[in-house]
Design a protein around this ligand. Structure first.
Ligand SMILES: *[C@@H]1O[C@H](CO)[C@@H](O)[C@H](O)[C@H]1NC(C)=O
Ligand SMILES: *[C@@H]1O[C@H](CO)[C@@H](O)[C@H](O)[C@H]1NC(C)=O
Ligand SMILES: *[C@@H]1O[C@H](CO)[C@@H](O)[C@H](O)[C@H]1NC(C)=O
Length: 431
């Protein structure tokens, strides 16, 4: 007991000695002897950001040493914050980056598809993604699945069709920057038009991290696995009517592009009450200090009950501010430029990842983060949340709307700093 007490006193003395080093200057806003030492002044820039000019080495200040063995320089150049992490990184945060370039690709006549799900990115429990390409006229065959499907057209133009459980149908053609959404189990088709002679490419997002593009319910796969006698009985037609159904699934296959004049089949039940597509490309972006943002969730796109999106641009040197989403998992897709994100996972755990166009990022609910443009071109990304309503908490706004004495007691900041906080969310800050 006495020994324990002595240890405590020694520890307390040591703490005092450490927290008030000689020569530390203090301002009026700062406590004379801080409870814990001040954080390092190290700016922790992304090192080796001018990738063309340098071979990155695992060196940050006095830490680290150069690579002597094999050095995969192109991979290191794309991940400088893993090679030479900011000194603020700590502990274990699981990998939160997946480049579609590392996905196994499924090549078909007429296109291809590659996916990211929990198998390759285990942290992404709630959302999965597929990057798909269809040549002009090519069809992703009639199918359905247990997850909802949200999509963003990256290039070209797509015609989609569907029906709902009330037998109401839907047919629409949408363009680059537009969206579609099919609720779970709703059967649909996807076909590239010839508006772009090369066809189309798009991003598919599913509201379940275990989604597998290879295990959707396909029309041809089903009929290839039903006795012909049953098929004939079902449609009340002779078996010979089905002499030419495929013996196995088509999945992606070539076809003639849809005519511009194609109309939905006349439907005695009428059309679906809410459209399955949304023309995001026609929405004007909100201009902010360091970029732009367009947000669409189920308030405007009524059927999209589980996926919301912010289409964000961030100018060179600017940043999507420090924030978090209270309960919503975030899945990001990078369309243009380069970025870095630090995931703050509580308990001192933080890790920084770098992203290029074509990569996926995943941020679990409530993890604090920022998205910094680390390049010299505009960064464009889709910030996709699994939710019916887009929402976030801005660190800046939170501190601005908290009693200043509380903020000063935590951060030791001055009155000028308090006065500079923003009561309206900046969202994207300039440089
Ligand atoms: C932009 O960055 C790239 C890659 O780091 C570099 O090669 C290029 O010179 C930069 N361009 C300008 C205008 O700074
Ligand atoms: C995701 O899919 C898996 C397998 O299909 C299922 O077991 C699980 O319940 C689904 N999760 C959610 C949140 O729907
Ligand atoms: C690149 O890193 C340097 C420091 O190493 C920093 O001064 C500069 O702002 C960074 N540039 C960008 C575009 O992030």
């Amino acid at each position: 007991m006495v020994k324990l007490l002595a240890t405590h006193i020694l520890l307390a003395l040591a703490a005092c000695a450490y927290s008030a080093p000689a020569g530390t200057s203090t301002s009026s806003a700062v406590q004379e002897s801080p409870t814990v030492p001040y954080a390092s002044d190290d700016a922790n820039y992304q090192l080796y950001n001018d990738t063309a000019a340098s071979t990155p080495e695992p060196i940050r200040g006095k830490l680290g040493a150069n690579v002597l063995g094999p050095h995969n320089v192109p991979v290191a150049q794309e991940n400088p914050d893993l090679l030479a992490p900011p000194t603020t990184d700590q502990g274990n945060v699981p990998n939160a980056k997946w480049p579609f370039a590392l996905s196994h690709n499924r090549l078909q006549t007429g296109g291809w598809a590659r996916q990211q799900n929990v198998d390759v990115l285990p942290i992404a429990k709630e959302v999965a993604g597929v990057n798909m390409r269809l040549e002009a006229g090519a069809i992703r065959e009639l199918h359905w699945h247990t997850s909802a499907e949200w999509s963003y057209v990256i290039k070209g133009s797509m015609q989609v069709s569907a029906i709902n459980p009330d037998g109401q149908n839907y047919l629409a053609t949408i363009n680059a920057g537009d969206l579609w959404y099919f609720p779970p189990g709703i059967p649909h088709s996807l076909q590239a038009t010839a508006d772009d002679p090369e066809g189309a490419e798009f991003l598919l997002v599913f509201d379940n991290g275990t989604f597998n593009e290879g295990s959707t319910f396909l029309l041809t796969d089903w009929l290839a696995h039903v006795p012909k006698e049953v098929i004939a009985k079902n449609f009340q037609m002779p078996m010979s009517a089905f002499d030419h159904i495929p013996e196995h699934e088509l999945y992606i296959f070539p076809s003639d592009p849809p005519p511009d004049t194609r109309q939905p089949v006349e439907d005695p039940q009428g059309q679906v009450p809410e459209p399955f597509t949304y023309e995001l490309s026609k929405v004007a972006p909100t201009q902010l200090e360091g970029g732009t943002v367009k947000i669409v969730d189920s308030t405007a796109f009524k059927v999209a009950k589980t996926i919301a999106v912010a289409e964000v641009t961030v100018e060179p040197g600017a940043m999507r501010e420090l924030h978090w989403h209270p309960t919503e998992p975030e899945w990001d897709y990078f369309l243009e430029g380069t970025a870095r994100i630090t995931l703050f996972a509580a308990q001192g755990n933080a890790r920084t990842f770098d992203y290029q166009a074509g990569d996926v990022a995943y941020i679990p609910p409530s993890y604090g983060h920022y998205i910094e443009n680390t390049g010299n071109t505009t960064l464009k990304l889709l910030e996709i949340l699994k939710t019916d309503r887009y929402q976030d908490i801005s660190l800046n706004q939170w501190l601005a709307l908290t009693p200043p004495e509380l903020v000063k007691a935590h951060l030791g900041v001055s009155d000028e700093t308090i006065a500079g906080l923003k009561k309206v969310k900046p969202v994207i800050v300039g440089h």
